[in-house]
Design a protein around this ligand. Structure first.
Ligand code: ADP
Ligand code: GLC
Length: 473
């Protein structure tokens, strides 16, 4: 079975967050299950593409409204990722260093989708399932069914995975002419709140949509940035499948980004050494429990609460913990987190994106804090578990589905319900108290490292889903 994943990100080619991790891992595990899973993504001018060999497998010309554009499809020749990787390169549109944040982002992603469909039609490439990820690829299920340009693809099933329902790719109707061969009477399928909404269009037109955790499937009906009613209406088509992690990339026993590798038998000394190293580098006291936050500094992650929380905790529990933060995002949140650094001891932050540092922190920290407002799945807590780091999470989305409170049977983490300062303080104080019992901490670390959150199970669930749609055994 030929499954084409379409995504804006794929680790290690280009990653801004968890979407990249998922699309870099899921296809590899699916190949292991006997499926020909492939990935097509935009070309970015990044290290990976400079360091790997690519062949141009197709050259074409397409149109974005009245503007013609040339594009080429590049295929990585060594299969280094464990699956076929295709990049769409469009000079002056899809050949830039960043993944997101250009003013013509809409044009970039529409052109990406049109180029992909043109390539598939012209080469008669055999595709059994289109698996689209997030709004950047959300027009595909619509285009294959309702554009006369792509009618030969109309019967191919499409699966749409929602990693983040907050971002929907809205665009004005002035861009409708970007979509070729579409009868205006079908415009309603693209529409939500007077805009073209690629996420809504995908939910309406795909054969099945999935969310990256079962809880998030339900939560979208209550909180989805305006699409609640749509998720209620289309609920029958939705399935929640919890993400997994790539246990080859995220393996404390072999991780080349760590100075000290460790297994569950050597976790105590391994974590201690990594902690000492990182605390030394960031001027923190290694004898205290080390807390961390890693991630995008945005409201979704509850990041605007962090500066106040850390400050308040330093007042109440002075000298009882260290905090190292890694993240980037909204400028005012970054500013607040840097400002408290000027007068707090045992707190440091690295504002920016650093893959290696993230691995070092997962391994060296004792606790990871995730006060997310919305968390469709969350991978940080899964990486933390694998590295023996105790997650402290708000009970939402994938956090709710993957972290059991230590007070409950079989539990290993700390949960809190509301994004209230006092609840977060209590959660951190519970962690500090727990840390005093080193025997328990070590038992929890071993227990967490034994949990299996690898892709094995979830990749199989997707394969079952494809089979049910294609009737391919
Ligand atoms: P999201 O995709 O919403 O940002 P996830 O928890 O699914 O959240 O995934 C975040 C991924 O991005 C993890 O792999 C995490 O380690 C990584 N990450 C986030 N911020 C940074 C950063 N500043 N530096 C390095 N890695 C980061
Ligand atoms: C999104 C979500 C995150 C999820 C990731 C991968 O970025 O915010 O919760 O883990 O996608 O599915």
């Amino acid at each position: 079975m030929n499954v084409l994943h379409l995504s804006a990100e794929c680790y290690p080619v280009a990653k801004a967050g968890g979407l990249g991790d998922v699309v870099g891992a899921l296809p590899k595990y699916q190949v292991g299950l006997g499926i020909n899973a492939m990935v097509a993504m935009p070309y970015y001018d990044k290290k990976f593409v400079k360091e790997h060999p690519f062949d141009t497998v197709f050259r074409g010309t397409s149109k974005l409204g009245y503007r013609s554009f040339d594009f080429e499809i590049l295929k990585e020749t060594t299969d280094v990722l464990g699956f076929e990787l295709y990049l769409v390169r469009i000079p002056e549109l899809l050949d830039r260093p960043e993944i997101y944040s250009y003013p013509d982002e809409r044009e970039q992603f529409v052109a990406f989708q049109l180029a992909i469909l043109d390539w598939i039609i012209k080469t008669e490439k055999s595709i059994d399932v289109f698996h689209c990820h997030d709004h950047h690829t959300g027009l595909i299920p619509f285009l294959i069914q309702y554009s006369s340009n792509f009618s030969t693809l109309a019967k191919i099933p499409s699966v749409f995975t929602i990693h983040n329902g907050q971002y929907q790719g809205w665009m004005g109707w002035d861009k409708f002419h970007y979509l070729p061969g579409v009868d205006p009477s079908k415009g309603g399928l693209l529409e939500w709140n007077n805009c073209i909404n690629p996420l809504a269009a995908a939910v309406k037109c795909c054969w099945k949509y999935t969310t990256v955790s079962p809880s998030y499937l339900q939560e979208l009906k209550i909180n989805s940035n305006g699409l609640e009613f749509l998720f209620e209406l289309e609920g029958e088509k939705g399935i929640g499948i919890l993400n997994g992690i790539d246990t080859e990339v995220w393996d404390p026993a072999k991780d080349p980004m760590l100075s000290f590798n460790y297994t569950k038998t050597t976790v105590k000394s391994g974590k201690e050494k990594n902690k000492a190293e990182i605390c030394h580098a960031y001027g923190l006291n290694p004898d205290k429990p080390l807390f961390t936050f890693i991630g995008r500094l945005v409201l979704e992650k509850g990041a605007e609460k962090l500066a106040e929380l850390i400050k308040e905790m330093m007042l109440r529990n002075a000298d009882e913990f260290s905090f190292l933060l890694l993240g980037s995002g909204e400028k005012d949140i970054e500013r607040d987190l840097k400002e408290i650094q000027t007068y707090l001891k045992n707190y440091n932050c690295y504002i920016g994106y650093d893959e290696q540092l993230s691995h070092q922190i997962y391994s060296g920290a004792d606790f990871i804090l995730m006060p997310s407002r919305v968390e469709p799945c969350g991978l940080n807590q899964l990486y933390a578990l694998r590295y023996g780091t105790i997650p402290i999470v708000r009970t939402t989305g994938g956090l709710k589905d993957s972290v059991i409170d230590v007070q409950d049977e079989g539990g290993y983490g700390i949960r809190f319900e509301n994004l209230e300062l006092m609840e977060m303080i209590v959660a951190m104080q519970r962690a500090i108290a727990l840390y005093q019992n080193q025997k328990k901490i070590n038992q929890l670390r071993k227990q967490m490292m034994e949990l299996d959150f690898s892709w094995n199970k979830s990749a199989q669930q997707y394969v079952e889903l494809y089979k049910s749609l294609t009737l391919i055994p």
